[in-house]
Design a binder for this molecule. Sequence first.
Ligand code: ADP
Length: 245
Amino acid sequence: MSSSPLSFRNVSMTFPDGTKALSDVSFDVSKGEFVTIVGPSGCGKSTLLKIASGLLEATSGEISVDRDRIGYVFQDATLLPWRTVRRNVELLAELHGYGKEERAKLATDAIELVGLNGFENHYPRSLSGGMRMRASLARTLTLKPPVFLFDEPFGAVDEITRERLNEETLRLFEQERFAGLFITHSISEAVYLSTKVHVMSSRPGRLVASFDVPFEYPRKPELRFDARFAELCGQVSQSLRGAHS
Ligand code: ADP
């Protein structure tokens, strides 16, 4: 079995109603790798993350991951409306039994890292969509998870906010060097963040192409205007068009 923090071997998934969502998916995510999956809507991407986290059980195949230490960032920020930013960020550490001082320190560091200083005492309703997502990232960060799963976290925000959140995500990855598995519809987001991009076919999802992303970290926004960046995005896009057919 692989020694990577996250590994899928021949994973297939058929739902009880007969819907075949995934077919024979195999790949690893090593520490310090940021792997993104792009694929047509409904091809099984979320199903794969749910299998990784243990929310769903695969019909066949093997998954290797330490489930006690997974960070999961959802499509919605899922903050508790009656808690301030600080108390929301402390929530996971609280549930994991950290003492008061320890979780205050973890929350302060995480809030700093996502750039929410000054907003600790605000409630979610007074935050923008991007800030809520930052608070959600910070909450996950407090556990310092070696494996980070991102289920299309920035799909609901506008383009500029999305690019800013991409910057925060890069800073987190550059600092923490977790094993990251990210799902998105955005090809430029995939290439900008990742060490590797896998393209998934329409349902049942299979990996049909993989691209190594050669750009060094730390990455800067100017990279988005680099000709090599555009070329790689073009290749992924072409492969994705094939995956739709
Ligand atoms: P993606 O994240 O790529 O958009 P999903 O993983 O959410 O796709 O879904 C993959 C396919 O499996 C879709 O066709 C979806 O309708 C189907 N599906 C998801 N959950 C269930 C379920 N509980 N029962 C039956 N079919 C499901």
